[in-house]
Design a protein around this ligand. Structure first.
Ligand code: ADP
Length: 256
């Protein structure tokens, strides 16, 4: 019953942690090419839903389909191989490695949790590097990271580190990109840059985007539609401005 234009569909998705139901029967359908906002107070279940989609914490109930195929039983690297890439709320780059090597890693690892496995893949990446140059150069160009490409990633400003993470995710050539609070900790100027780069990437690469975002100015500026969660439940859904001004949403934020 997924309409053809919906690329990612969650049906009745639930996830418990012990006795706590973090995500309660959530159904959403994300359309091809849109930027879909996932909004809600802290602890409302946003990251848990993203972890369900990406296979980190598979849902114990419900179905998740990507281009019509169920993905809710796939391991994270298999989900990644279907064309779903993500960035994390906290910067998760390899310190001491250059910007370029961090980005290059996006070609070879699909969010493997083990640093050791990642380093092995990095070594392998060196050998295969030439074959991937073209894509990496395109992304460096798109996100304007040329001037810092050889810098160790930990010495560049946070706003740029977040951009490197975005670059790494894009190097996996995703169809669907999940951004978990990409503006967290940024100043106004960095936020504006990030917004522009997300829009540029979406347009240039034809992406569909799921965006977890706390800054409502950003949500209304770039999201086509949003869903609002509170205590694991969906409390509003629709065009960005309408949904976040819904009385239930305003009450949920004030209640925190
Ligand atoms: P949000 O991303 O909206 O801030 P989360 O999805 O992180 O919310 O959290 C939703 C609820 O699930 C919270 O009560 C949180 O404590 C709980 N939770 C999230 N991840 C885990 C986990 N790995 N183990 C136990 N509880 C978790």
């Amino acid at each position: 019953n997924a309409s053809p234009e919906q690329v990612l569909v969650c049906e009745d998705v639930s996830r418990w942690f012990g006795g706590l139901q973090a995500v309660k029967s959530i159904s959403i359908g994300i359309r091809q090419g849109e930027i879909f906002g996932l909004v809600g107070p802290n602890g409302s279940g946003k990251t848990t839903l993203v972890n369900a989609i990406t296979g980190f914490y598979p849902p114990q109930q419900g179905t998740i389909r990507f281009y019509g195929e169920p993905i809710n039983r796939l391991k994270p690297h298999k989900v990644a191989m279907q064309g779903i890439a993500r960035t994390f709320q906290n910067v998760a780059l390899f310190k001491g490695m250059s910007v370029l090597d961090n980005i290059l890693m996006g070609r070879h690892i699909f969010m493997r949790p083990s640093a050791l496995a990642s380093l092995f893949y990095w070594w392998w990446a060196q050998k295969e590097e030439i074959a991937h140059r073209e894509k990496v150069e395109e992304i460096i160009d798109l996100l304007q990271l040329e001037s810092v490409r050889d810098e160790p990633v930990d010495v560049i400003p946070l706003g740029m580190q977040k951009r490197v993470e975005l670059a790494r995710a894009l190097c996996a050539e995703p169809k669907f990109l999940i951004l978990d609070e990409p503006m967290a900790g940024m100043n106004q100027e960095e936020k504006e840059y990030m917004v522009r780069f997300i829009l540029d990437a979406q347009e240039a690469l034809g992406l569909t985007v799921l965006l977890i975002e706390h800054h409502m100015d950003v949500v209304t500026a770039i999201c086509d539609r949003v869903v609002v969660l509170n205590n694991g439940e969906k409390i509003a859904e629709g065009p960005a401005r309408e949904a976040i001004n819904d009385p239930a949403v305003v009450a949920a934020y004030i209640g925190k």
